[in-house]
Design a protein around this ligand. Structure first.
Ligand SMILES: Nc1ncnc2c1ncn2[C@@H]1O[C@H](COP(=O)(O)OP(=O)(O)OP(=O)(O)O)[C@@H](O)[C@H]1O
Ligand SMILES: [Mg+2]
Length: 478
């Protein structure tokens, strides 16, 4: 596979560019994509355009790509360029003409596209607790809820299943205490309130069926773009981590073959107030996911937004301009400069502050996975349109086999339906009158009847479900 061109030599925006189109100075080797990458730079310096250029070139090589769009400025990937003066000015420097403009074939996921869903069971209590922003106590309680659901054979497929489970636990608190220890009503109340807040932020729509089948992302026929622009930040972070964990757990060993490149824009959101234990696990996933043929590219303003153990694993780097006015900024620039392999012809630290828009310091891995000396380059012009798609344009993308598969929501019988039906039945048996007392009585009977059901299934549900490595480490249970 031909290398991905990341730019031509640049002598700086003030000195003008070569009159003759120059040959590439920095290249990303497709074989090194699974060594991960980083695109950084202050706001407006060209990070998202660089991401775009990488995605376009990967797509041209039939490499499957999944991209998150946090600011809503990437849907234009599905349209041909020609809308930007700055891009047009750059074409001749690269020996390119207007025929460079090209639309990508795009699968649009998310709000205006194909729904991307997972189930609470797949996500597991730990990541869910992250999404909800639960404290340690509440997180412990959520784990307990999952255990109860597991043991009572309650399927958790969507948001209302989770709500039903928590409401059930609340009313049947006393009966459950025999088997599970005391359950704090106050903590349950706090969890419920967080549920409601997230529901208002639209997070409930991320849960349900049909859940995403990862194999649908592994085809090089089109770029997968997840519109996360309207998504709650915490939910975005959780979804991203879930995707990484899921890719790691579900994909077989790739034997060196590249299966998928994943781009996370605004990547600092992934790591905002991440508990240390979770960070350890994410670090492991990032380390190990390479064996599954997955390369991850983080795009963020400040490289120090990415925790050091993860940063250290990002082999391919594109650094756009950083400001270096305050002492803190100067320290960042110093640290970034040190992270590059030196180039004797370049004063890395001094250059970082002087880079123009769409200009960057680049160092990628060579064929032996050794970082190449840092180069100052002008990033190529993107082929796709910078302005986002209109609503009408988005609608035209929402068809085809993936839309057919995911657009109609499924609602299988799961915890919500099951609990409701059982409760109705028991209430009828304990009628007349549906007073609170009767309801509690019925919930007590419900616990018993569910227990019996679990036993009669040979404790089939009582067994802890199989866990992947993350589950074993406590991140999640499946
Ligand atoms: N390689 C490039 N070729 C031509 N123009 C570019 C290039 N890179 C950046 N630009 C110009 O700079 C603008 C800002 O770039 P971009 O949106 O990528 O910045 P950013 O670093 O992602 O900003 P933010 O932090 O706000 O997301 C683009 O809209 C485009 O006009
Ligand atoms: Mg951007």
């Amino acid at each position: 596979m031909t290398p991905i061109a990341l730019g031509i030599p640049s002598r700086g925006s003030d000195s003008g560019q070569a009159a003759e189109p120059a040959s590439p100075a920095a290249q990303l080797l497709p074989d090194m994509i699974s060594r991960h990458g980083l695109v950084c730079g202050a706001t407006g310096t060209g990070k998202t355009v660089t991401l775009r250029v990488l995605v376009e070139q990967m797509s041209a090589r039939d490499i499957p790509v999944f991209v998150t769009d946090v600011k809503g400025d990437l849907s234009g990937l599905a349209a041909a360029g020609g809308d930007s003066k700055k891009v047009a000015e750059r074409l001749p420097l690269f020996g390119l003409g207007a025929d460079h403009y090209r639309a990508l074939s795009l699968h649009l996921w998310g709000r205006d596209g194909i729904p991307l869903r997972t189930t609470p069971t797949e996500m597991g209590p730990e990541l869910l607790a992250q999404t909800l922003g639960l404290n340690d106590n509440q997180t412990g309680l959520l784990h307990l809820m999952f255990k109860i659901a597991d043991e009572l054979g309650l399927l958790l497929l969507d948001w209302k299943d989770l709500e039903a489970l928590i409401n059930f636990a609340d009313t049947a608190r006393r009966q459950l205490a025999d088997d599970y220890g005391s359950i704090s009503s106050a903590s349950l109340g706090a969890i419920k309130r967080k549920f409601l807040a997230l529901e208002r932020a639209g997070v409930d729509t991320l849960f349900g069926e049909p859940a995403l089948d990862l194999n649908d992302l592994l085809k090089g026929d089109a770029v997968h773009l997840l519109d996360a622009s309207a998504m709650d930040h915490r939910a975005y972070a959780t979804l991203a981590l879930w995707l990484l964990a899921e890719l790691y757990e579900q994909l077989p060993e790739a034997g060196g073959e590249l299966k998928l490149a994943v781009f996370f824009d605004e990547a600092h959101l992934l790591f905002d107030d991440m508990p240390a234990a979770l960070l350890d696990e994410v670090e492991q996933v990032v380390r190990l996911i390479r064996s599954r043929g997955v390369g991850i590219f983080f795009v963020t303003q400040n490289p120090l937004d990415i925790p050091e153990p993860i940063l250290a694993q990002l082999g391919n780097r594109v650094q756009h301009a950083l400001r270096a006015y305050t002492p803190k900024e100067q320290r960042t620039v110093g640290a970034v400069a040190k992270s590059f392999r030196e180039n004797p012809e370049l004063d890395t630290a001094a250059t970082i502050g002087k880079l123009g828009v769409g200009e960057a310091l680049v160092s990628c891995l060579d064929e032996n996975a050794v970082p190449q000396p840092v180069q100052r380059v002008l990033i190529p012009p993107p082929a796709s349109r910078l302005s986002p798609l209109s609503e009408a344009e988005k609608r035209t993308l929402k068809k085809g086999p993936l839309a057919d598969k995911y657009c109609t929501e499924l609602d299988r019988e799961s915890a919500y339906e099951y609990l409701r039906a059982r409760r109705e039945k028991l209430l009828d048996e304990t009628s007349p009158g549906r007073s609170g007392q009767k309801a509690r009585k019925s919930d007590s009977n419900l616990v018993q009847s569910l227990n019996k059901a679990a036993i009669s299934f040979g404790k089939q549900f009582g067994r802890e479900l199989a866990r992947g490595i993350l589950g074993a480490l406590g991140l999640r249970r499946r």
